[in-house]
Structure formats: structure tokens, C-alpha cells
Design a protein around this ligand. Sequence first.
Ligand code: AMP
Ligand code: GLY
Length: 424
Amino acid sequence: MNILIIGSGGRESAFAYKIAQSKKLDKLFIAPGNAGTLAYGENVPLKVTDFEGQAQFALDNKIDLILVGPEEPLVKGIHDYFLSREDIKHIPVIGPQQEGAQLEGSKDFSKQFMQRHQIPTAASRSFDRSNLEEGLAYLETQNLPIVLKADGLAAGKGVLICESLQEAKDELKAMIADAKFGAASDVVVVEEFLKGIELSVFVLTDGTSYKVLPSAKDYKRIGEGDTGLNTGGMGSISPVPFADEIFLSKVEERIIKPTVDGLKKDNIPYKGFIFIGLMNVGGEPFVIEYNVRMGDPETESVLPRIESDLVDLLEGVAQGNLDTRSYTVSSKTAVTVMLVSGGYPGDYESGKVISNIENVKESIVFHAGTKEQNGEVLSAGGRVIAVTTLQDTLFDALQQATADAGRIYFDGKYFRRDIGFDLI
Ligand code: AMP
Ligand code: GLY
């Protein structure tokens, strides 16, 4: 098969790494890819939302399957675009159509979906310009802290946890009346604060059957000890030690099955990944959010643990017979440490020469924000490289990943040395 991956981050590097191992693969392309994906396939200079360009490339290169990494093209309708054209609709796209992508693209849509299908989640109400006064009055009846969420995509910044009533009222007004997050906060979901420990569970579905992929936990804050600003993710581990068999069976019965069945009942076609952000509240799982793609850097910890052929699984999704595909997971622990540019998630410099990658022997080096120029690898983003180690124990994996993260060099490099140490 010829496969085209859409995206350019650490997640897409991990997909490329895994897909390149498949016996079913003929040629792999990554659009646009990065310096690291060159090791697994050919980079194609196309933007992730250039659907016409992707379509032409797919026709010219006899692409048999398209795997979409990030949410933006999904929410903007890449899958619908391919289905809408006679000449390309035979090419399967892994990732939901626009309607299903609303699970991530609209918090209000996803809350209504969960309520309709009795999927455990925080109690909530949605407000907009027409009932802002009601929203302000509603805040007075709620416990603190309280969570305000912009309905639409806001680059991971649209969630506010307010500690005081005044702050909550000010923010609700700023979001709805003053468009704090642009059109994304025309509608705001006001949600009960859940106290617990977060983890993510990933599901691959063909719309009827599903495979539960390894669980993972990511570390979102920039600083050690989970301090400082939120980032796209500074590291991840898989599996999650506190997500034992009992907890995961609750997740499957109460959340995964009703989610896949709910999509079917609502006539929402869905072929792709579902990323379920969960809060473990005293042993009971609640959904914090859905994403319609894999997580980054969770993918870098999850995929190396999957022993099965990912292309075979993706083919099962495309053909609607995922239940017939073999699926096994390694019992080893994966730890991913992200190397970022100094200053990230604020301003940072790019174009720094990255060296010593070849000295990492015991970990997988996934490129995230990198580019190749005149034979050198340069940084080209906030999150630059993800180092993943697979070991028999969490402790060994943590030590190895941290040591290997230290071996790679670029000017201004920063990484957290405490990824996963809270769980030992
Ligand atoms: P989201 O974009 O929905 O993932 O929210 C971003 C982050 O806000 C989550 O990863 C949680 O850490 C936090 N968060 C969101 N909703 C809640 C909630 N209901 N209770 C507590 N924390 C939350
Ligand atoms: N690591 C969180 C995300 O991919 O959304």
C-alpha cells in the first residue's frame, strides 16, 4: 500500500516510524513532515489544509490510504472533501468527517453527545449572547472553582479554571461579549470542576467495532513538579500505573462502548481515532474532553507499545472489518520526554542546529519541530524532539529517557527531568 500521512509533528513522526515497519507498506509520504520523517518516507511540501493539493498528490502517487494526524484538517472537512469528489472518494481517509470531528471542534456538541448517551462527565450548561445574564446568575449557584470552556477550537487555551465568583463572571463576559477567544467563545460551556487525576485513553474504530489502544498520561505544564504555563505536552508515559484493570473496564463499559454506539445511533459515521481525556475521580472515570485524533506526545508513548501491524489495523478501519484484525500490546512501559526551545510556550528562537542525535542508542528519537537544511537538522518549533524509551519497568524507562534527553544538544534546549516520577 502507498500511504500518505498528514501532519508534521512528533505524533506524525511516531506514525511514520510505526507504519514504516509494516510489511504491507510500499511507499510512505508525509505532508509536510519534518527532518525526522525523512528516515521513514518522502516529505511532501503541502499544507495540512490544502485538500486540493493532497487530492492531486494522492491521484498522482496512487495513494491507497490517508492518515490524518492533527485536528485542524478534520474539523475543516478533509474527509468530507475526499468523499465529495468522484475521482478520489475511493481513497480511504482515517479520521472522522466534519460531523464527527465536532466531538473535538465544539465542546457544546460533545457535552450534548455525552448527556444524550449517559456518558459520565462533569455537569454543565452552555451560554451565549442570548442568555449571558442567565449564565452570570447560574455562576452564583455553583461551587468553586468553576470551569469555563470556549466552545470552539482555541489552540488549547480556551479552558479557564476560575477560583472566585468575580473572576468567573468577568471571564464569562469577556469570552461571550468581548470575544476573548474570537468566534470560538461565542458559546461557552460552564462546567463543574472535577478533582482527580487525569489520563487519556485512545480508541481506534471503524464505526462499529473498536480496539482500545494503550492508555497514557501526558505532562502539560512547562515546569518540573507540574508548575508554570500549559504547553502542548512536555512528556508522556504509557501505561498509566493507576489505570488498573478494574478502572479500565469501567472506562470501556461506561465510556468507550456508549461512545462508539452513540455515534452509530446518531448516524455519525466515524472511522478513526478517538482520544478520550479522562479524570479519575476516586476510581470512577469521567470524560473531560474528546479529541478526534491521537495526542501529542501521547502517540510517541502509545505506538511503540503496539506490537501489531498498524497498517493492518488501519486497513481494517477503512474496510469496516477492524474486528478481524489481530491486536496485541507490549507489557513494557514507554516514557517520552519532549525537548523544547528555550522560552516555549512563550516566545522562542528557531533555526538552532541540533546535534548528537546519533549518540542516542537506547531510545527512539521522534522529531517534532525540526527541518533539514543543507544537511543539518535545525529546530523549527517550540516542541523540537520527543525521546521515547521502552523498558520493563517505569523506573528504568524514566531513567533511560531522561539520560537520552540529556544527550541531544541544541542552543536553548529545555526538558523536564521529572516526567512520570510522580507515579513511582
Ligand atoms: P480540555 O481542553 O477540555 O482538555 O481542558 C484543558 C484542561 O483543563 C484539562 O486537561 C484539565 O486539566 C482541565 N479541565 C478541563 N475540564 C475540567 C473539569 N471539569 N474539572 C477539572 N479540570 C478540568
Ligand atoms: N497532549 C495533548 C493533546 O494532544 O491534545
